[in-house]
Design a protein around this ligand. Structure first.
Ligand code: WTA
Length: 638
């Protein structure tokens, strides 16, 4: 029986969420969501139907409703007299600081919206954003939302090639970038990657550049414009227009089981309803007093939903930090918490495990007594890391919310509710009120307590993806074809004896490295695009710190010979094709790959090798001797 941590009576007494939410949602799910939409958001025009599922799996939520996301995240807080409240405490890695109130944010977003308009952006146009974690990233996203121009944020760690393919897929006509950003005390350049990504034939006609690091960058007068030239001088007045509840808000690319990243797209009313609701209920947000901090990057869905849209829709005060936790020293995060009196802290298990490795004395040196709620996201949190987070960071008093969700789900789906749920280390536990999930077997039969199977969502939810940009068939095929009428999440899950859910990781060829989703197929195709590689197979091997690590098995072409240099070159090649986050931890040069008679690579066996295990059942291999060959080859070459 795992130990549980019931909420303290004091916490429960002040909690935003109560057990009644579960009953309300179970009685009438749609009425529950309609109430959230109307209470949490301001609509220019009310909706007349909560959900239209008649064209499933294509959902429409809050049909007929009209609203502006940027108005909801900014202007209405100012109009309500909270213009002087800080929206963002920005902390740059070199130590620069900037506090932005809601009134200032309104002016900045208005200026950016006017500047984007002057650069030719109209409702429906796509804008690519390739920025470091600086306020301009948030301002640009909100300016796009204001105009109804869907943004496509590309994480700054992605390569020029990855940026180019995302720009082309979305047919973005403008890129917003910076000269560079700060990583570990050095300026790391971004603009050169944009220059390469938009060179030659490109849908991009303008590149808007924020000056952050003052680095020397190449300049094309016909295409490049400085942010300070066009935004700073623009009018700070801008009247937001209401958009349809189903108007596309953004596209965000994520790795799937094939080589080509999928452009997941989200729309307006449903997305904002569920991000606002979950941000409030799951983090127990008291907007007047809390200081919230989510350490994600806006390049990922966590940054979209829990740095930009959820917190700002709720009028929260938050910290945004540009850099890494160990710059200039390993106590940087804890110092920031102490300095701003952060009360709600949301991070990833991989970061928690890293801090745990650095030692208890580092967080112990800072005053963390302001903290009251801790969150975890991105991968399963192992009970040991959970306990450390609870004890060392949370001083034993803070509820931990282990939040399961995906780029596709848009917002949190499974999580304890602080003040309500007795938490259990390692388990995400229960679907939120309004969310219905099941664990099923291969035939879609729902499983009971004590059983493991596949996680599905059984009813549509407001912030669900509306599709894959430009490819409705792939949307249907990827998420809705495995089981009739059920959303297949791609994750395995177990229901324990209490019916609580434990997430077991991906069941497809998607890896999770430090909470980042990477596709085995995408890295394989990057490897085989190198002239010396004949064939490649990639697996995610268990890693103590990063959750999984990328391990590649490569067959070189006849003429190529293995050297330490070739392994380094291949790792760099992957970084160039996709980005440094996709660099394999290990590349093993082999003579053969294990394949079934139908030619499918048996990754399971390669994983056994990568994780230093006894190799499992090889009876379905076309050539059962292959595994011996691989093993022997590896021992002699290392
Ligand atoms: C994994 C991140 C266990 C899961 C928000 C999912 C988790 C994938 C958890 C989505 C969690 C996310 N426990 N696993 N609390 N949160 N995952 O799209 O495998 O980057 O399918 O969204 O991360 O990753 P994505």
């Amino acid at each position: 029986m795992p130990e549980t941590f019931p909420p303290s009576p004091e916490f429960a007494a002040q909690a935003v969420a109560g057990a009644a939410l579960y009953d309300e949602a179970a009685t009438d799910r749609e009425a529950f969501w309609a109430r959230q939409a109307r209470e949490l958001l301001s609509w220019d025009q009310d909706f007349h139907q909560t959900l239209d599922w008649s064209d499933a799996p294509f959902a429409e939520w809050f049909v007929g409703g009209r609203l502006n996301v940027s108005y909801n995240c900014v202007d209405r807080h100012v109009l309500a007299g909270r213009g002087d409240k800080v929206a963002i405490h920005f902390v740059g890695e070199p130590g620069d600081r900037r506090d932005i109130t809601y009134a200032e944010l309104q002016r900045e977003v208005s200026k950016a919206a006017n500047a984007l308009t002057s650069l030719g952006i109209r409702k429906g146009d796509r804008v690519a954003i390739y920025l470091p974690m600086i306020p301009e990233a948030v301002i640009t996203m909100l300016a796009c939302a204001r105009l109804g121009a869907p943004h496509s944020v590309v994480f700054g760690g992605f390569s020029a090639d990855a940026l180019r393919s995302r720009i082309e897929d979305a047919q973005a006509s403008l890129v917003v970038t910076a000269d560079g950003g700060y990583r570990r005390s050095t300026a790391s350049l971004l603009k050169p990657a944009v220059d390469a990504a938009v060179s030659g034939d490109s849908p991009v006609s303008k590149v808007l550049v924020v000056r952050r690091t003052k680095s020397d960058v190449a300049w094309d007068d016909s295409r490049d414009v400085w942010w300070h030239d066009v935004v700073d001088g623009a009018s700070d007045q801008h009247t937001p227009e209401a958009h349809d509840s189903e108007h596309p808000l953004f596209i965000l690319y994520t790795s799937g089981t094939t080589g080509k990243p999928k452009g997941i797209f989200h729309t307006t009313g449903g997305y904002l309803t569920q991000t606002a609701y979950t941000h409030k209920a799951v983090f127990d947000l008291h907007a007047d007093t809390d200081v919230y901090w989510c350490t994600a990057d806006v390049g990922w869905i966590t940054g979209h939903s829990y740095i930009v849209y959820g917190p700002l829709a709720n009028g929260a005060t938050q910290v945004i930090y540009e850099g890494t936790p160990d710059s200039p020293h390993r106590g940087r995060w804890w110092d920031i918490i102490a300095e701003y009196g952060v009360t709600i802290f949301y991070t990833a298990p991989t970061a928690i495990r890293t801090c745990m490795k650095w030692g208890d004395d580092i967080p112990a040196a800072a005053d963390l007594s302001s903290l009251r709620v801790l969150g975890s996201v991105g991968e399963p949190i192992n009970p040991e890391a959970w306990r450390w987070y609870h004890r060392v960071v949370g001083g034993g008093r803070c509820p931990i919310v282990d939040t399961w969700w995906q780029t596709e789900t848009g917002a949190i789906m499974i999580s304890p509710l602080p003040g309500v749920t007795a938490t259990k280390p390692g388990s995400a536990q229960v679907p939120l009120p309004g969310i219905n999930v099941a664990v099923v077997d291969d035939e879609a039969k729902p499983l009971g307590n004590g059983e493991s199977g596949l996680l599905v969502v059984t009813e549509p939810w407001p912030s669900m993806l509306r599709g894959i940009w430009g490819d409705p068939e792939r949307y249907r095929e990827t998420y809705w074809s495995r089981f009739e009428g059920l959303y297949f999440a791609g994750d395995g899950a177990k229901k324990d004896e209490d019916g609580d859910l434990w997430l077991l990781g991906r069941v497809d060829d998607v890896m999770n490295v430090s909470g980042h989703r990477l596709s085995t197929a995408e890295i394989e195709s990057a490897l085989v695009s190198h002239p010396s590689v004949a064939e490649a197979a990639v697996v995610g091997a268990t890693d103590e710190t990063t959750g999984q690590a990328v391990c590649a098995f490569v067959i070189l072409r006849g003429t190529a010979t293995e050297t330490a240099d070739s392994v380094t070159e291949l790792r760099n090649h992957v970084a160039k094709e996709i980005g440094p986050i996709a660099k394999p931890r290990q590349i093993m040069i082999v003579a053969e790959l294990p394949k079934t008679r139908s030619g499918k690579i048996m990754r399971r066996l390669l994983r056994d090798i990568a994780e230093n295990r006894e190799v499992g059942d090889t009876s379905t291999l076309a050539d059962t001797n292959v595994m011996n060959l691989i093993r022997t080859g590896l021992t002699t070459s290392s």
